[in-house]
Structures are given as structure tokens and as C-alpha cells.
Design a protein around this ligand. Structure first.
Ligand code: FEO
Length: 164
């Protein structure tokens, strides 16, 4: 059982996760267009993970006897000023999602909804991982500076990412 308020915010989180998927897919397209095929591959996988996050919320709402109501997905940006800029925005976006998950967890506590609290635990942990990964990549861009050779190597390294 979930309250109308909880049902609403869980539905909003489906939209947040689908927008995340869309944003990273747009970044994948940007990287393909700029010939950074490794970064593009990393973003493709990330986009797919976000779709899976959305589906976890989708299935959970149904499991709780709630109703899924899908809303329009915002149009993502299509261009960034540099590969580093795109990853910085990915990090900023993950911090935003972490905030959303934390607010959801706060509501679960407020409503004493232990089922939702337990479900969200996976997402709380996942966000720690996602922010850490994105931060780690931004840190590497900082180390690289203007070195084209190192940028090429980082592109190759991130391109090795495969679906878990
Ligand atoms: Fe599903 Fe990257 O947050």
C-alpha cells in the first residue's frame, strides 16, 4: 500500500530515470558525432542502466498495487563544449538524482513506509557508486589537461565498459 503522495513521487522518479537515460543517450550521440567512440560506448551503457532504474520503479509501483502514469520526457541537451564538459554535467546530474532519491527516502521515513524504504536502499547505494564513478572520470580529465594522447587513451579505456 502506498499513499497518493508516495505514488506521485515514485512516478516522478520514473520520469527522472527515463530523462537520465535520454540525457546519456544524447551524450552518446554527441560523442559519436565528435568521434570519441569509447566515451559514446560508456554513455550507451549508462543510458541502458538508467532505463533499468526506471523499470525498477515501474515494477515496484505495480507490485505495491499503485498506478504507473507516464509523463512527457524533457528534451535533453544535444551539445557540450568538450568531452570533459559532458562528463561534468553527467556528474552534476547524478548529484541531482542523489538528492531526489534522498528526498524519496525521507518521505518513506516520514510515512513510516518500510517497504518503500527497503526498496530505496538499493538506489541509495547505487547513487554512491554512480557519483563516485562520474567524479573519478572528471578527476581523470583534470589530470589529462590538454594532452590529446591521454584523452585518446581515456576514450579507449572507457570504451571497454560493457553491460554488467
Ligand atoms: Fe539512475 Fe544515474 O541514476
Amino acid at each position: 500500500m502506498i499513499s497518493a503522495k508516495m505514488e506521485k513521487v515514485l512516478n516522478e522518479q520514473i520520469n527522472e530515470e527515463l530523462f537520465s537515460s535520454y540525457l546519456y543517450l544524447s551524450m552518446a550521440s554527441y560523442f559519436e558525432n565528435t568521434k570519441y567512440t569509447g566515451f559514446a560506448q560508456w554513455m550507451r551503457i549508462q543510458s541502458h542502466e538508467e532505463y533499468e532504474h526506471a523499470m525498477k520503479f515501474f515494477e515496484f509501483i505495480i507490485e505495491l498495487g499503485g498506478k504507473v502514469t507516464l509523463a512527457a520526457i524533457e528534451k535533453p541537451k544535444a551539445k557540450w563544449t568538450s568531452p570533459k564538459n559532458a562528463f561534468e554535467e553527467a556528474l552534476k546530474h547524478e548529484l541531482h538524482i542523489t538528492d531526489k532519491i534522498n528526498k524519496l527516502a525521507d518521505l518513506a521515513i516520514e510515512e513510516k513506509n518500510h517497504a518503500v524504504g527497503s526498496f530505496l536502499k538499493w538506489f541509495v547505494d547505487e547513487q554512491v557508486e554512480e557519483v563516485s564513478h562520474a567524479q573519478g572520470i572528471v578527476d581523470k580529465f583534470d589530470l589529462i589537461g590538454d594532452s590529446k594522447g591521454s584523452l585518446f587513451m581515456l576514450d579507449r579505456e572507457l570504451g571497454k565498459r560493457s553491460k554488467d
